[in-house]
Design a protein around this ligand. Structure first.
Ligand SMILES: Nc1nc2c(ncn2[C@@H]2O[C@H](COP(=O)(O)OP(=O)(O)OP(=O)(O)O)[C@@H](O)[C@H]2O)c(=O)[nH]1
Ligand SMILES: [Mg+2]
Ligand SMILES: [Zn+2]
Length: 277
């Protein structure tokens, strides 16, 4: 029978079967010999009697952090107080999502902890993302966030302590997911969520995921620019211009003319420099 892996805890692979039941399975030795390592989100064929996973079906996409496959939308959760707001991380997740053919959606948390001035600054980022067609919600806007779950396979992502589990608990208090304190000293959370786990919410599947502190970029330098719709202008070096130093680069001109925000461009440059491919 077909199903989907909804959680992996050591050897136990929890599978949501097409008939709606959930069972605990193990992978077969044969899969391990073939170096097939299933991840949460994998669509699989299960031997119901033996309680084994016999086959992992081809993936439509796959992320390493969070480790998950076959998702439609990535909810990028970002705090505005502790942990501190980072457009660099948002841009990185947007890039990773687009590269993997996943819709990025940004969720902003903890605006109850910042001043009006700080909120105005956050709104500048929010408005820019919206202007380039990226959906942005505050974590108080539960109805609109819930709508995104309908008929979709969704994963949360973001640093530890930003409020991923808290958001799901607010949407469905019955979940009672563990949430953690944020360390004042370190300015970050304590890795409260330990496993990637899908939950059924509003006719969709939503994965809570563990937060993390570092995030590698596995996208070739030269391809990064193709995922920046806002950079897509008739740059005279189009297709070969990396928009970094080149004379007459239209993108650099747009930055100088304040049509593309400096922060957005600076993050892009960092990604190009960071990428080892
Ligand atoms: N003031 C305020 N606190 C929040 C908000 N969202 C979450 N928190 C608090 O932030 C802390 C961390 O929240 P979690 O939901 O555990 O964070 P997480 O992203 O799931 O963290 P990990 O599981 O470690 O990745 C908890 O103490 C929450 O109560 C918010 O919008 N405002
Ligand atoms: Mg959590
Ligand atoms: Zn250019």
């Amino acid at each position: 029978m077909n199903g989907k892996i909804v959680c992996i805890n050591k050897f136990i692979h929890k599978v949501l079967l097409d008939n709606g039941e959930t069972i605990d399975t193990r992978t077969r030795g044969k899969l391990r010999q073939e170096h097939v390592y299933p991840v949460v989100g994998d669509n699989v064929i299960v031997d119901i009697n033996k309680k084994t996973i016999d086959k992992v079906l081809p993936r439509k996409n796959y992320l390493e952090r969070p480790l998950i496959a076959n998702i439609d939308k990535l909810l990028i959760v970002m705090s505005t107080s502790i942990p501190v707001f980072s457009s660099y991380l948002i841009d990185k997740f947007i890039l990773i999502a687009k590269y993997n053919n996943i819709e990025p959606i940004v969720i902003i948390t903890k605006t109850d902890q910042i001043s009006t001035n700080e909120k105005n600054i956050i709104n500048k980022y929010v408005n820019y993302y919206k202007s380039i067609g990226i959906k942005v919600f505050f974590n108080t806007d539960l109805n609109n966030i819930k709508k995104e779950f309908e008929n979709s396979v969704v994963s949360l992502c973001g640093q530890t302590g930003v409020g991923k589990s808290t958001l799901l608990n607010k949407i469905n208090p019955k979940l009672k997911l563990k949430t953690g304190e944020v360390s004042e000293v370190l300015g970050r959370g304590k890795h409260t969520t330990r496993l990637v786990e899908f939950m059924s919410l509003n006719n969709g599947l939503i994965a809570d995921t563990p937060g993390f502190s570092s995030l590698e970029l596995n996208i070739p330098k030269k391809e990064i620019r193709f995922y920046y719709d806002d950079f897509d202008v008739t740059c005279k070096y189009n297709r070969s211009c990396l928009h970094i130093k080149e004379d007459g680069c239209e993108v650099i001109k747009l930055v100088n003319d304040k049509k593309i925000p400096r922060w957005r461009y600076d993050n892009y440059v960092k990604f190009v420099e960071e990428s080892k491919l």
